[in-house]
Design a protein around this ligand. Structure first.
Ligand SMILES: C[S@@+](CC[C@H](N)C(=O)[O-])C[C@H]1O[C@@H](n2cnc3c(N)ncnc32)[C@H](O)[C@@H]1O
Length: 224
């Protein structure tokens, strides 16, 4: 997937437009704001009330923004994170170097190398970013990945259903349900009726939450 263009979203943070899938990696209303709302607030902070040692699965590593903001939140709240992420089409180093997340997030000098390290960490082996953040990047397809463990949180960040409908259907969503620990949660920016019905059909309880800027709703799915 080579033809990709970086653009600025409305909060000033960068995103990427995928020519192959004809869709962007984040909301045009703000990449950082979307990640903060859908994944950090609705999933990580929600779970961190109950536990400090948290296993996260991300579907779609992309720019690394979700991973970076999770790392920064973990530093602030003294969380211990095991972060597994799946990506079939990694972006290249030249694109990573152009991303403006350190500036927008006002990342301290101590952590300013973190985004680069998240990207240069080896694929398919566990790698310690620091004592409290372990990263496992799986270079494979969502459809075929097999997990060796279960998770507290899934950041379900696939491209939207109109771009990749099969990723929002029962087989993959059932795989997500099975990958969660009891009381585990999945969050997604998507609030489409059909997706919520499928999440329910595979066993989740659904919460409709206020969406990030530009979206009325988002979804948090809880494994009972
Ligand atoms: C919405 S973007 C993820 C954004 C990312 N979480 C971030 O913080 O930048 C979706 C990601 O899924 C990846 N992807 C698309 N189809 C895939 C598949 N079948 N298997 C694995 N990754 C896939 C894309 O390359 C892209 O990086």
């Amino acid at each position: 997937m080579n033809e990709q263009a970086i653009f600025e979203t409305q909060d000033g943070s960068h995103s990427i437009f995928s020519e192959e899938f004809k869709v962007s990696y984040h909301s045009k209303y703000g990449a950082v704001r979307e990640t903060q709302h859908v994944f950090i607030d609705a999933a990580l902070r929600f779970k961190a009330v109950l536990k400090k040692d948290i296993r996260i699965l991300e579907m779609g590593f992309g720019t690394g923004l979700n991973a970076l903001m999770t790392y920064l939140e973990a530093q602030k709240r003294n969380l211990c994170i095991n972060y597994t992420t799946v990506e079939a089409y990694p972006i290249d180093d030249a694109q990573v170097a152009l991303l403006n997340y350190n500036d927008i997030l006002r990342v301290s000098e101590t952590d300013e190398d973190c985004l680069r390290r998240l990207h240069t960490a080896p694929w398919n082996v566990k790698y310690a970013i620091n004592d409290n953040f372990t990263l496992l990047k799986l270079h494979t397809f969502f459809e075929t990945v097999e997990f060796q463990e279960q998770f507290d949180i899934i950041y379900f960040d696939a491209f939207a259903p109109n771009a990749q409908p099969h990723l929002w259907e029962e087989p993959l969503l059932k795989k997500m349900y099975d990958a969660l620990l009891p009381e585990g949660i999945l969050t997604t920016y998507c609030a489409k009726g059909e997706v919520k019905r499928t999440l329910k059909a595979v066993g989740f309880e659904i919460e409709c939450l206020q969406g990030p800027p530009g979206k009325r709703e988002m979804t948090r799915a809880v494994k009972g």
